[in-house]
Design a binder for this molecule. Structure first.
Ligand code: SF4
Length: 320
């Protein structure tokens, strides 16, 4: 049986805090195929970045499984993980915070190559750096400048060059354009799209902004308090959102056309605490459709139509 490039099954991360168990990621499952993009969307604190980091084991998952090209990432030892990480890279949200301010562009771009002993001498290093800088649209004259001398867009291009250095198959993009101006956002998204086409890259694209992933993702998974509450092909999710939380997120996206106006769904009510979570629908205190069952039973993610999954009692009741 052909396996997906990335398979995530029941991934869970619980942090032990002085107030109790904080469930950041709660049984997340999905697959990602080669050359495709899955958008992982939700409000800050919903666990999407923790999911990305737990997949790479930058944070150790509490339970669950991650397979990359059929290899079990969750049980890999240190040296197996080092090999796997060559093919699984990450781009961080804040390029400034993720770059060492004491290193110039050439050293920053070549750092992953040095860790993996890819080049033998300065000539080879320069050749790799030149190629990577050209790939991400950075001119050679910037090789000796430092991150603080560059704008946000160029700093993020360094982050992308570093992620590409080891020729990965999967890149986890953790809010890669959130800290950038809108015009720069478009440039970086276009660059990522071009790179994906050229290199058959797969992206797990983490963002709080649904409008960013609309044209970028093949599929979108919406997260709420550590759980995926809806997952569908992008077009389907935008045309036919089923979960009340997805509907609220979509209603908040501004529509540029004059005269087109859809109702903005304002979410009221308290956000459920992720500490010592109950067996209810975590969205119930804010859901305008909540009914009795929602307060004592947690809905499972179920397929409502081909490739469209929803965790909501209301949706599953309609189809049964
Ligand atoms: Fe709303 Fe109930 Fe559906 Fe949760 S299960 S989203 S509370 S209708």
């Amino acid at each position: 049986m052909k396996r997906s490039l990335l398979e995530v099954e029941n991934l869970t991360k619980i942090f032990d805090t002085k107030y109790g168990d904080l469930t950041a990621v709660d049984g997340v499952s999905f697959t990602l195929e080669e050359g495709k993009t899955l958008g992982l969307v939700g409000e800050s604190g919903c666990g999407k970045s923790t999911t990305g980091r737990a997949i790479l084991r930058l944070i150790e998952p509490t339970s669950g499984k991650v397979w990359f090209k059929g290899e079990d990432v969750t049980t890999a030892n240190k040296s197996q993980l080092r090999i796997l990480r060559k093919s699984m890279q990450i781009i961080f949200q804040d390029p400034f915070a993720s770059l060492n301010p004491r290193k110039n562009v050439s050293d920053l771009v070549s750092e992953p190559l040095r860790w993996y002993k890819i080049y033998k001498n300065k000539k080879e290093k320069d050749s790799y750096v030149n190629k990577l800088m050209e790939t991400v649209g950075l001119t050679q004259r910037l090789k000796s400048v430092y991150p603080h001398e560059l704008d946000g867009g160029r700093r993020q291009r360094i982050g992308i060059a570093r992620a590409l250095a080891l020729d990965p198959k999967l890149i986890i993009c953790d809010e890669p354009v959130s800290a950038l101006d809108v015009s720069i956002q478009a440039q970086i998204l276009n660059l990522l799209k071009e790179l994906q086409k050229e290199r058959q890259l797969s992206f797990l694209f983490i963002t709080h902004d649904l409008s960013v992933v609309n044209h970028f993702s093949d599929e979108i998974a919406v997260m709420y308090l550590g759980q995926i509450v809806e997952k569908a092909p992008s077009k389907e999710l935008f045309n036919k959102p089923l979960h009340p939380y997805t509907q609220a997120l979509l209603s908040a996206i501004p529509i540029p056309e004059v005269g087109e106006r859809s109702e903005r769904i304002m979410l009221k009510g308290e956000i459920t605490s992720p500490i010592n979570v109950k067996e209810d629908c975590h969205f119930s205190p804010r859901c305008r459709y909540a009914f009795d069952k929602c307060f004592h039973s947690r809905p499972k993610l179920e397929m409502i139509s081909p490739n469209h999954f929803v965790a909501c009692h209301l949706c599953t009741q309609k189809t049964t």
